[in-house]
Design a protein around this ligand. Sequence first.
Ligand code: SF4
Length: 281
Amino acid sequence: MRSINVKEISNVVKELFIKACMEINEDLKEAFIKYRDREESEVGKAVFEQLLRNAEIAENESIPICQDTGFSVIFMEVGQDVTFTGGNMNSAIEEGVRAAYIEGYLRKSIVKNPLTAPENTKDNTPPIVHTEIVPGDRVKITVLPKGGGSENMSRIKMMKPADGVEGVKSFVIETVISAGANPCPPVIIGVGMGGTFDYVAFLAKKALLRKINERNADKKLAQYEVQWLDEINRLGIGPAGLGGRITALDLFIEVFPRHIASYPAAVNIQCHAARSKSYTL
Ligand code: SF4
């Protein structure tokens, strides 16, 4: 059994959120360059130039890529041979988020109670934490500050089994069309299929953690990812919704077994400020 002091978890969470909000990952930077060159609209090309320049300024000057530094979403893969010492794990994660948003001067976007006047929690807590127990004695922490604009355009649908994969495809395309410019395109699209009402939404969000061009290991699903992306990039929404070829940079599908009577589907849209960072302890 390996012991990890929860203080280490706090520190990692803090550093990851600050870094994620200020530095985009290499695969996203490369996608901006690749798609700028493929974009047919001059305005669209200019948007990609702006995104690259914005990323450069943010990284060089240690300022956020976008003013909306998101809901603090965390994915944890916890090895079953790990024990945590030194305090309460949930409190330690919250402490990491609190320190990141206060010390990193990141915008605090969370209100305490959805029913009452918008009183801010003032430290971006509580985070949403997804935990998976895995073999081994390591702990992998991935943070995903999720912007409100793109989250608002995400959808879930309990489809009928008879709708099948074609029904899911139509749902995905309709969701992107009705989102239009609102989720700050070029977007990345996470699709979940199967499981239950709650789990399919998790799948769609987890799909967003993949690197651009990282195809599903299942050949058929990989084929759908490419085909659906291609269809979306013929809609003409374009970068920043100003028209053009590139509406989405990638589309990822994650699946899970489903009940014979259900066909849950979810679309989680990620804006161009696609921020995530991981660390393994
Ligand atoms: S949707 Fe994304 S890019 Fe748009 S304002 Fe929110 S975080 Fe920023």
